[in-house]
Ligand binder design. Structure first.
Ligand code: UDP
Ligand code: MG
Length: 372
């Protein structure tokens, strides 16, 4: 659907096929992949904070193809009646007749229609979940927060304060991290240093995804159609006024991190390649150095043969030169391949993600397909 193009509260925006009149001040986007143990806890901490900022808020959970009860938990927040948490399968017939009325349905639901759900048809990854969240958010300010309570929701009040002072991007900068492994802290530090050195873009150090974006930043982000996204870099690429608030990063409330080192490495690779040509430049430089050295060696060997008639010897040098230059060549080709592969991704023009279900946007047909 077309990107939202409102620039503040009370402006008519295009959302899905239904144009709705948005007077939402603050949208919170929560990407969630197998976070069943965190959804309710997050809501209980997040909701009072948002309530104290503005009653006109929305919380958009983007279920990234979870295999657990993440979706059920979100629907529970919307307060529809269900058979009980244990045998709920999302197919309850009571489900069809709208939000729960606390008088007629005394069973505990949260009854909060400001909680919204976008559910993917499969796991499309964290970056795509963020993307979907932004495309569905209609607030004048949009906050993105992890589902695992590692980012303290209370901080949103400070971020919103900064937003009202005129900042378009407000990063939450962590000044400490609780109980994350030494290896993770060091690799993450190293990654940002390497990343900033290799790409032409300064990604602020020690920030996660937790940040607030103004509507005009979100509008610009929604225009970007690239498939290999590195959201942390993109918000910086967009520009505008950047501010910071500081915090102490907590440990996960429950569950396991969804990022293993392979995924992190891929993210790093994506980040560097989608923001910079430096890998290509470094390897072309290396090509010049290696061929320069080879040229000098060649002269030396030819003279050695012609003047001193030393032949036959030199198996060792030959073998090492060949292996070394083949190695370099292969790496160079694979780096070029990475760029070509990304071009291939882009020209296929596949949708970035597929939504199989939405709740709270006025289009509530379960099973409906929406491509973006
Ligand atoms: N996440 C997601 N899709 C994925 C992986 C993660 O939507 O494929 C979400 C996850 O549910 C969480 C956020 O992204 O809300 C950050 O993930 P995680 O906490 O695992 O990362 P870490 O904090 O360890 O960097
Ligand atoms: Mg986390």
């Amino acid at each position: 659907f077309p990107p939202n193009d409102s620039s503040g509260p009370g402006i008519h925006i295009g959302l899905g096929q239904t144009g709705i009149h948005s007077n939402i001040d603050l949208s919170v986007v929560v990407p969630a992949y197998n976070e069943e143990a965190n959804i309710l806890a997050l809501y209980e901490r997040l909701s009072p904070v948002l309530e104290s900022i503005t009653p006109n808020h929305e919380i958009i959970f983007v279920d990234d193809g979870s295999h657990d009860k993440t979706v059920e938990k979100v629907l529970m927040l919307r307060g529809r009646p269900w058979d009980g948490p244990d045998n709920f399968d999302g197919q309850d017939s009571a489900f069809a007749d709208g939000p729960m009325n606390p008088q007629t349905h005394p069973r505990p639901g949260y009854g909060d229609p400001r909680v919204k759900l976008v559910s993917f048809s499969r796991n499309f990854g964290h970056e795509m979940a963020n993307t979907a969240g932004f495309r569905h958010a209609s607030g004048a300010a949009v906050v993105i927060i992890d589902a695992d309570l590692q980012d303290p929701p209370e901080l949103i009040a400070d971020m919103y304060q900064k937003f009202t002072e005129g900042f378009d991007v407000v990063y939450a900068k962590r000044i400490s991290r609780k109980r994350e492994s030494f290896l993770k802290k060091t690799t993450s530090k190293l990654f940002y240093r390497v990343m900033n050195a290799l790409s032409d873009l300064e990604v602020p150090l020690d920030t996660g995804d937790f940040r607030l974006l103004s509507r005009r930043v979100v509008v610009e982000l929604n225009k970007l159609e690239e498939h290999n996204r590195y959201f942390r870099g993109l918000t910086h690429w967009v520009g505008f006024n950047v501010g910071y608030v500081e915090f102490h990063r907590d440990e996960r409330h429950a569950g396991e991190t969804k990022y293993n080192y392979i995924k992190l490495f891929r993210l790093a690779f994506d980040a560097i390649i989608s923001f910079s040509y430096k890998p290509l430049k470094i390897f072309s430089l290396m090509g010049f150095v290696v061929s320069g050295i080879s040229f000098l060696l060649m002269i030396y060997w030819v003279l050695d043969k012609l003047l001193l008639n030393n032949a036959v010897e030199g198996w060792t040098s030959l073998a090492s030169i060949m292996l070394f230059s083949f190695g370099i060549l292969m790496i160079q080709i694979s780096i070029v391949g990475e760029y070509v592969g990304r071009i291939h991704d882009e020209v296929k023009r596949r949708p970035l993600f597929i939504v199989q279900r939405k709740e709270g946007f006025g289009l509530e047909t379960p099973g409906q397909e929406d491509r973006d």
